[in-house]
Design a protein around this ligand. Structure first.
Ligand SMILES: Cc1cc2nc3c(=O)[nH]c(=O)nc-3n(C[C@H](O)[C@H](O)[C@H](O)COP(=O)(O)OP(=O)(O)OC[C@H]3O[C@@H](n4cnc5c(N)ncnc54)[C@H](O)[C@@H]3O)c2cc1C
Ligand code: FES
Ligand code: FES
Length: 1335
């Protein structure tokens, strides 16, 4: 259909201001409209697919029927602006700002230290703000639900939750009051009275929540809604037309004439299809104004719910019905509510519709199985009339297709009441508990006639077991008319297994796990039905308590953050050692903080999008860019030949990584060329129009095993050894050999790689704004690439939305290509990666295969270990060899193994190149060693903590590279951790729990840490600073560190404040710039504050000394008066500072050195509860004791500890990268790749900073803390392994067993070896082509 008329005017409100669009483009989402058109950049892009929550806004609508205003949170990235006609949108800018008044939500999240890099903060604020608009006194459950769809990669969520908890009235405990320490918790008590313990934040001064201060709903929109407008609205875009009728008949006619035009409702299925799969709909129809689609009507048999009702509306309708009807009638409703709690996120449920969910026919839909099982039906309208279609096995035809004809419209869905004797249940298991599509999801219903256990009718439906929602009809037939008993059920499992068999290479993988889940869900249903029959006195058999399965715990408990007071003698003004808020937290919470892509567009600015290889190992036989050049808006295509200078990047020695490869490619995702156009959309369309022909080269290498077989390694391979391994193995009591495989990890910084290169216009000068951890490295590389001196390139970094090591080398490569585009076009060029591109191109943490042979005595002493590491490094060397070196330097971990050998090889494979990532190999190295120690414990049948303790460094010690050190604080952390976590008592409680529960198991583990701080390359350990004092007394500090969220600028401000004896309010840090402080080192290796702090201290001390004569003349004068006098006296008020770092070195030939300045120590105890039937687990408690010397800023340091721990928890238990057999990364967004969310935070999360620790090697006796605690996530892995071992013992399996990292629900469940997993036939590896590679 053609709209046949000029487009209508779109009218809606944003932050109380009317917006009218004469040419609204249906392809424009609210997010780009806000950011690019209105310059409201507080709302952030994190993924574009509804998966991260960075773009959360509040939408308000007036409902004339009820005369009420509804408010709901939504993802702006999936909201077409055309859908907003008549709505009021509130963004983070609309609720408060530093210029007017900040909103209490903004204040509390910021002051509770819930904002580090700040990129997620506006989204968090808006989710919480919307909750408070609807419920000013929320419960903790409300808060965690509201935040479930918002990802944060920095904080670990605890401080965000604690900030939000201050609105919560349900508890009067310490966390509700913000003091964080009144609740008793094991042996945490110290002699200090609670009231005198230092607190991370003080809620006393918090602004109260005052609903009268909120923006009112625009009266004009109320009038618009009251005036029934029969007019169809049409919006005409560049490629798409949007039609929104008001009458059902009109809709029916429209659909009948345009059967292929989709009905756009929540756009949560259509939107991602358009964006990620390139689907183009010339016409879309919006039925949002058709009242019939939103009606809810009750009948004696059940309730008809409008297909257009959002899933949140459906849930509240059902919740109301629960209170109105007796329990036996609401079985289906309860099952649906259960599914709706964890389906997507609140933002998704608020817009996604019931009809949309059914009609999307997603095989993993959580609703379709239960709707089908419960005999629901759909009322359908079409131009010939109406019909009712049962939602049963015939309804779902194939992937994404239902039995309905394209012209048919679902009007409403009938949800029947259940009957006496009828039970309906739904179960799901997902890679992450919340905001994640299920791996397997089910709906199950059984009906018994009164007083009987004989099954009259049963239906079992599954999602995730094939291309559609499937019915287990044969199993149902075998159960029907038989008594519900063990005999019937045990036959049913066999039939079900046969009926739902999956081929070994089934799409989605996890074949054995999915089949096992199918069985265990039926088993769980069985248990619940038994219980019900028993309650109804139909049967007398008890389900023993031990066999029952209660849900995993989910209630957050108050957490502790324990740290020391500053000394009583310290001046009140001196901020060092105090929990000072991140200096930009408030601006981050108001959305005013400027990130790279928030910089306003300049006149004539162009956008660059990258063309990447779609083959893993191939020659490029032709590259045709002509199609792209003909497209509207496309300006140029940048190719390798356009690079005027050096065409490659060098990271390691003489390695070369081509910026653009036009002849041969060695991984999918390799950069081939780039399209430059006037807009992002045009550049991306240009990319799709580029044609590349390939000739595949033989035998690509993907896995570590393939690399070993073909000796595909980067050089050099390192080895380190102490003692005499061969002799030692001859004299041990036992030898054990094992291995563990660790998956890689995506950085998932919330802000994707971003840069803007602006030619100044004269003398080949460029200003570069870049989200980079290493501005000087970027500057030098751009200069070489453009063949100009470095003095013509100035790199500016204001702040970075998270980096974690991923914005060093990869950012340099992208910035160089962008600079070439700016050079060639002589225009400003911006490049901001989409999430999917970023994940595809930029690599991450190295996957590792660790093999070990360990020799030990029967008393537990480990006397020999030989460890071999293989990293899957990808196609280029990047930092891989350095990563392997650091792995070997941490080979001893915390253990004094006298005869120790380590070898490491960086495997070259045809996968995207991996790079630096927080911990730089140590998290992998440690895991292999810890697994080895754990295996020793399992062989000996001893508790693992005893073996760890026995082998730990004690007294004056020497590392395997002959460095003397004192492990005293390692021991202190260990002992204190045991004490604080009440370790021994809890071990006993875990054992008891495991005896009392057949299917749920608990596990507990405690892990030590010794982590070397500083770069191992000496030249990187230097820093410089520049400090200016202006005549008004204000101070501008610049230093080499970049602000990634780690709080370096906040700490530097503290340093300057102490040294200059002035309050931090007089000190400002604007940016990091190569124009002010040259030749700086990357902000990495946990060393930023150590080195830059000392450089700033040096500069400030110089300045303070210069003021000394003035101060002596006027000792009672003010700072301003001294500065003013100094100026008049012609004393320079500007100084540079420099810090020359420690003399570190490592001699690989002699296998000795001093590669680190000092060690950060820690110990961490975690406990989990595991459901052995599904592998689902919950971390019930974590206690971490950390030695960070004297903390410069406990809130920033604790923030780093918590955030790193959660990142480690993700690494070891959750995050899985999946590659196709041809080397394509499947997991290219938050929908497929799960980082920890609020639901993954330990229910009790205690942090203790070791008291009375000093460190002579760093500023003010502090220690680096950015990276080490990632390793402590391994305590959760080993707690899971402990729980799995308990589950295995039920099947009489004892001794070491293999559990690779991450210990996902899939791996944990299969390792538990329950009777159900044991039923699943295993497929011989190599006999089939698996869906995903095991890299
Ligand atoms: C981040 C994210 C997480 C998610 N997580 C889950 C999850 O955990 N579990 C789960 O089950 N789902 C999940 N979903 C899927 C989501 O529930 C569905 O996309 C949603 O319900 C579709 O509804 P919609 O209104 O957005 O449909 P739209 O995208 O607007 O439309 C989808 C399709 O349905 C058709 N359609 C819509 N309404 C009608 C109608 N009345 N009659 C005929 N055809 C119609 C359209 O033509 C279109 O083809 C998730 C989605 C996202 C984006
Ligand atoms: S950007 Fe919208 S949810 Fe991620
Ligand atoms: S503060 Fe949440 S992503 Fe950085």
């Amino acid at each position: 259909m053609s709209a046949g008329k000029e487009g209508d005017i779109l009218c809606f409100f944003i932050n109380g201001k009317k917006v009218t669009e004469n040419h609204a483009d249906p392809e424009t989402m609210l997010l780009s409209f806000l950011r690019e058109k209105l310059r409201l950049t507080g709302t952030k892009y994190g993924c574009g697919g509804g998966g991260c929550g960075a773009c959360t806004v509040m939408v308000s609508r007036y409902q004339p029927a009820t005369k009420t205003i509804i408010h709901y949170s939504a993802n702006a990235c999936l909201l077409p602006i055309c859908q907003l006609h008549g709505a009021a949108v509130t963004t983070v800018e609309g609720i408060g700002s530093t210029k007017t008044r900040i909103h209490p939500v903004q204040e509390r999240i910021a002051k509770a230290h819930g904002s580090q890099c700040g990129f997620c903060t506006p989204g968090m604020v808006m989710s919480m703000y919307t909750l408070l608009r609807n419920k000013p006194q929320p419960t903790m459950e409300d808060i965690t639900q509201a935040l479930a769809g918002n990802l944060c990669r920095c904080t670990g969520y605890r401080p965000i939750v604690d900030g939000c908890r201050t609105f919560c009235q349900e508890t009067n405990c310490c966390q509700a009051s913000g003091v964080g320490s009144c609740c008793p918790s094991g042996n945490e008590n110290t002699d200090e009275p609670e009231s005198e313990k230092p607190q991370l934040f003080d809620k006393e001064g918090f602004l109260p929540l005052d609903p009268t201060q909120e923006l009112i709903f625009p009266p004009e929109l109320m009038r618009m809604a009251e005036t029934v407008s029969p007019q169809t609205l049409t919006f005409q875009g560049e490629r798409m037309t949007w039609v929104s009728p008001t009458l059902l008949d009109e809709l029916v006619q429209m659909k009948s004439s345009n059967p292929t035009a989709p009905l756009v409702m929540g756009n949560t299925n259509i939107g991602p299809d358009i964006k990620f799969k390139g689907v183009l709909h010339p016409l879309v129809i919006s039925p949002a104004r058709i009242v019939e689609l939103f009606e809810v009507t009750q009948t004696p048999q059940g309730v008809w719910v409008g297909a257009g009702c959002s899933l949140s509306e459906v849930r509240s309708v059902l919740e109301k019905l629960l209170s109105q009807f007796p329990e036996e009638k609401t079985e289906l409703f309860k099952a649906l509510i259960q599914q709706l709690r964890s389906l997507g996120s609140e933002q998704i449920r608020n817009v996604a519709t019931l009809g949309g969910n059914i009609m999307s026919a997603n095989p993993n839909s959580d609703l379709n199985p239960v709707l089908a099982a419960a005999n629901c039906k759909v009322s359908v309208i079409f131009s010939g009339g109406r019909r009712e279609v049962p939602l049963n096995q015939d309804f779902f035809v194939s992937f994404g297709k239902t039995i309905l004809k394209p012209e048919e419209i679902a009007v409403s869905i009938f949800l029947p009441f259940s009957r006496q004797g009828e039970f309906v249940r739904a179960y799901r298991q997902a890679p992450r508990k919340e905001n994640s599509f299920a791996t397997v999801t089910t709906g199950m219903r059984v009906f018994f006639s009164e007083g009987s256990r004989v099954v009259q009718d049963v239906s079992l439906y599954y999602g995730g077991m094939g291309p559609t929602t499937v019915s287990a009809a044969k199993t149902c037939a075998a159960i029907t008319a038989r008594p519900w008993d063990d005999d019937t059920l045990s036959q049913a499992y066999d039939i079900l297994l046969d009926e739902l068999a999956l081929p070994p290479s089934a799409p989605g993988g996890k074949v054995e796990f999915r089949q096992s889940l199918a069985l265990s869900f039926l088993f769980r249903f069985n248990l619940e039905v038994f219980q019900k029959l028993r309650e109804m006195n139909v049967i007398t058999d008890e389900v023993p308590e031990r066999m029952q399965i209660q849900p995993l715990p989910r209630e957050f408990q108050p957490s502790l953050q324990e740290f020391s007071h500053v000394s009583k003698d310290q001046s009140k003004q001196d901020p060092v050692g105090r929990p000072i808020m991140h200096r930009s937290a408030i601006s981050q919470a108001t959305g005013e903080a400027v990130y790279c892509d928030d910089i306003p567009r300049t006149e004539g600015e162009l956008f660059l999008a990258l063309v990447t290889s779609s083959r893993a190992h191939a020659k490029i036989t032709s590259l045709d860019v002509s199609g792209a050049l003909q497209l509207p808006g496309v300006v140029d295509v940048i190719r390798a030949k356009d690079i005027p200078g050096k065409k490659f990047h060098t990271v390691y020695r003489d390695s070369q990584e081509d910026f653009l490869s036009e002849t041969e490619v060695s991984c999918i995702g390799q950069l081939v060329c780039a399209v430059v156009a006037d807009t992002r959309a045009h550049a991306r369309r240009g990319v799709s129009a580029i044609k590349i022909s390939y000739e595949d080269l033989p035998d690509p290498v993907f896995t570590v095993e393939e690399a070993i077989e073909r000796s595909s390694f980067f050089k050099p391979q390192r080895m380190i050894e102490r003692g005499n391994i061969t002799e030692a193995f001859n004299s041990v009591d036992q030898v054990y050999e094992g291995e563990i495989r660790l998956g890689g990890q995506e950085h998932f910084y919330m802000e994707t790689q971003s840069m803007l290169v602006v030619p100044v216009g004269e003398e080949r000068e460029f200003n570069v704004y870049v989200s980079s951890q290493w501005p000087s490295g970027t500057q030098a590389a751009i200069a070489e690439t453009l063949n100009i001196p470095s003095n013509r390139v100035t790199c500016h970094v204001k702040r970075i939305g998270g980096a974690f090591g991923g914005k060093i080398d990869k950012a340099i490569i992208l910035a160089c290509i962008t600079a070439v585009a700016a050079w060639k076009t002589n225009c400003a060029v911006r490049c901001v990666l989409e999430r999917g591109e970023d994940m595809l191109i930029t690599g991450g943490r190295h996957p590792v295969l660790g093999k070990y042979k360990v020799g030990f005595m029967n008393d537990g002493r480990i006397t020999a270990a030989d460890i071999q590491y293989y990293t899957n490094s990808g196609a280029t060397v990047d930092e891989s060899v350095m990563v392997t070196e650091k792995m070997l330097l941490h080979l001893d971990h915390a253990y004094n193994i006298p005869n120790l050998r380590g070898r490491a090889a960086a495997c070259r494979t045809n996968l995207p190149s991996n790079t630096a990532f927080r911990g730089f190999g140590v998290p992998q190295s440690l895991m292999v060693v810890e697994n080895m120690v754990n295996d020793v414990a399992m062989v000996l049948g001893r508790p693992a903590d005893q073996i760890r303790e026995m082998n730990m460094y004690k007294g004056p010690s020497v590392t395997h590279y002959k460095l003397e050190f004192s492990p005293e604080n390692l021991q202190r952390c260990w002992e204190e951790c045991k004490l604080k976590s009440d370790y021994s008592a809890r071990c006993k409680a875990v054992d008891l729990f495991n005896q009392q529960n057949r299917w749920k198991k608990r596990g507990i583990s405690i892990i030590p840490l010794k982590y070397g701080i500083s770069f191992t390359d000496k030249f990187f350990n230097q820093a410089a600073a520049l400090v200016h004092i202006y005549r008004d007394g204000s101070v501008l500090v610049t230093h080499g560190g970049t602000e990634l969220g780690q709080g370096v600028h906040t700490k530097i401000q503290q340093v300057a404040s102490r040294e200059l004896h002035i309050p931090t309010s007089k000190i400002y840090i604007s940016e990091t710039s190569t124009g002010t402080v040259p030749n700086t080192c990357p902000s990495a290796a946990s060393f930023g504050t150590d080195s830059n702090g000392l450089a700033v201290q040096n500069a400030c001390q110089t300045l303070y000394q210069r003021l000394e004569p003035i101060r002596q003349k006027n000792p009672k004068g003010s700072w301003e008066s001294w500065v003013s006098a100094a100026f008049l006296e012609r004393i320079s008020l500007s100084a540079t500072g420099f810090h020359r770092g420690p003399e570190v070195y490592i001699d690989w030939n002699k296998m000795e050195g001093r590669p680190y300045a000092y060690f950060t120590f820690a110990a961490c105890c975690s406990e989990v509860e595991l459901d052995s039937l599904t592998g689902d687990y919950r971390t019930v408690r974590t206690d971490i004791v950390v030695d960070i010397g004297r903390s410069m800023n406990p809130s920033v340091d604790i923030g780093q500890i918590e955030g790193a721990f959660m990142q480690g928890l993700g690494l070891y238990t959750l995050e899985e990268l999946k590659f196709s057999p041809s080397g394509l990364l499947y997991t290219r967004g938050p929908s497929q790749y799960k980082i920890p969310a609020v639901c993954d935070v330990p229910l009790r999360f205690n942090i203790y900073l070791l008291s009375d620790s000093n460190n002579p090697h760093a500023i003010y006796s502090s220690k680096g803390i950015g990276e080490p605690i990632v390793c402590m996530g391994s305590s959760v892995f080993f707690a899971i392994k402990h729980a799995v071992a308990a589950a295995r013992s039920e099947s009489h399996l004892v001794g070491p067993f293999s559990l690779n990292s991450p210990a996902t629900p899939e791996r944990a469940c299969l390792a538990c070896a329950s009777p159900f997993t044991q039923k699943i036939p295993t497929n011989e590896p190599g006999s089939f082509k698996a869906w995903a590679l095991n890299i």
